[in-house]
Design a protein around this ligand. Structure first.
Ligand SMILES: Cc1cc2nc3c(=O)[nH]c(=O)nc-3n(C[C@H](O)[C@H](O)[C@H](O)COP(=O)(O)O)c2cc1C
Length: 362
């Protein structure tokens, strides 16, 4: 079995090691969703990862409901992202953009209208807005024209990602956002070709991936799912057949890599996971699989030795350990992050976590 420190290819991207930085929303952009030099510093500090997956990035105003999260639909955003990709590449790193449409989780204050979803549903709990938390609004059912337009928005954002210097993209199919709202039977009640059977529920994800692949080349495309957790009101009554069918489709589409947020204990999402799906996907899907959630160096090594994962992705550990790769290599302790600055705080709790040698010198 390969170790965490052997290179691997995710399509056209060569990773120097198998320690991937998971996508992490940090909300340090401006209200126009434009990335900046502070973000470039943050990402370049973490460029020793085999691959950085960017924070979730809106494909359109309609699809972005997180205050101060970045986007990829305007020229200004592309210019902002160039600061980030240049800095990461100068530090010998690789970075892909996570493409995001939040569907029913976009509050009208941010998206500018009634949100759109697979079906007319309302998400539980509260949306983050610039004026604090507000209840979610009822979404309207996406029409076929909406679907066509949104698929086009994913493709346009992917084109912008390449123009901004990203090495590729990851379609965000996890955590209860739009792709996930189509996939799961708790949020998709459609009776047309996008709902009902497993084959129909995976259609939207497949159309998005196909359009993105046609636009930038499938060798630059990956996708993320969170198959065995309840997330923001979205779950499935029978995940294994759903994700096995999806694995077949990903294989047909030649999507080169997937990342699964596949929890194995109560997670940061606060839910008890169901049975893992990766054992059912592995024999069907020949691309690379990165596994995520709650790993440290020891458990990541053990997981790699089981032969399902080609890489492990780390979220929270990368927030507070910019040199996570080196710490895992040397067996050093991992610093714990300050949750109060996960989603706000400017430079504080963002670019000021020391590397091990800096921490020891202080
Ligand atoms: C602050 C924070 C922001 C996150 N933002 C995203 C995101 O933008 N996209 C995404 O797919 N997952 C996001 N996640 C989930 C992480 O990628 C990851 O799945 C989760 O933290 C579990 O992995 P870990 O135990 O290694 O942290 C976020 C998690 C945290 C803690």
């Amino acid at each position: 079995m390969p170790t965490l420190f052997e290179p691997v290819e995710f399509g056209s991207i060569r990773l120097k090691n198998r320690i991937v930085m998971a996508p992490l929303t940090r909300a340090r952009s401006d209200r126009e969703a434009v990335p900046n030099a502070l973000m470039a510093e943050y990402y370049s500090q973490r460029a020793s990862a085999g691959l950085i997956i960017s924070e979730a990035t809106g494909i359109s105003r309609e699809g972005l409901g997180w205050p101060n999260a970045p986007g990829l639909w305007s020229e200004k955003q592309v210019e902002g992202w160039k600061l980030v990709t240049d800095a990461v590449h100068r530090a010998d790193g690789k970075i892909v953009a996570q493409l995001w449409h939040m569907g029913r989780l976009v509050h009208p204050d941010l998206g500018g209208g009634q949100p759109v979803s697979a079906s007319a549903t309302t998400a539980p709990d509260f949306a983050h807005t610039y004026e604090g938390k507000k209840p979610y609004a009822l979404a309207r059912t996406a029409t076929r024209d909406d679907i066509k337009r949104i698929v086009g928005d994913y493709a346009a954002a992917a084109r912008n990602a390449i123009a901004a210097g990203f090495d590729g993209v990851q379609v965000h199919g996890a955590n209860g956002y739009l792709v996930d709202q189509f996939l799961r039977d708790s949020s998709n009640y459609r009776t047309d070709e996008y709902g009902g059977s497993v084959e129909n529920r995976i259609r939207f994800a497949a159309e998005v991936l196909s359009a993105v692949g046609d636009t930038i080349g499938m060798e630059r495309v990956g996708v993320r799912f969170s198959p065995n957790i309840y997330s923001q009101g979205v779950e499935d009554s029978d995940p294994i057949p759903l994700f096995a069918a999806l694995a077949h489709r990903l294989e047909e589409l030649k999507v080169p890599w997937i990342e699964l947020r596949e929890a194995h204990k109560p997670t940061s999402a606060g839910s008890i996971p169901t049975e893992p799906v990766s054992p059912a996907m592995r024999p069907i899907y020949s691309g690379k699989i990165a596994l995520n959630s709650d790993y440290d160096g020891t458990s990541a090594r053990a997981r790699m030795a089981e032969g399902i994962a080609d890489a492990i992705s780390f979220g929270r550990p990368f927030i507070s350990n910019p040199d996570l790769v080196e710490r895992i290599r040397s067996g050093a302790a991992l610093a714990k992050g300050d949750e109060g600055t996960f989603y706000s705080g400017g430079a504080r709790g963002y670019v000021d976590y020391p590397r091990l040698e800096e921490a020891e010198a202080a």
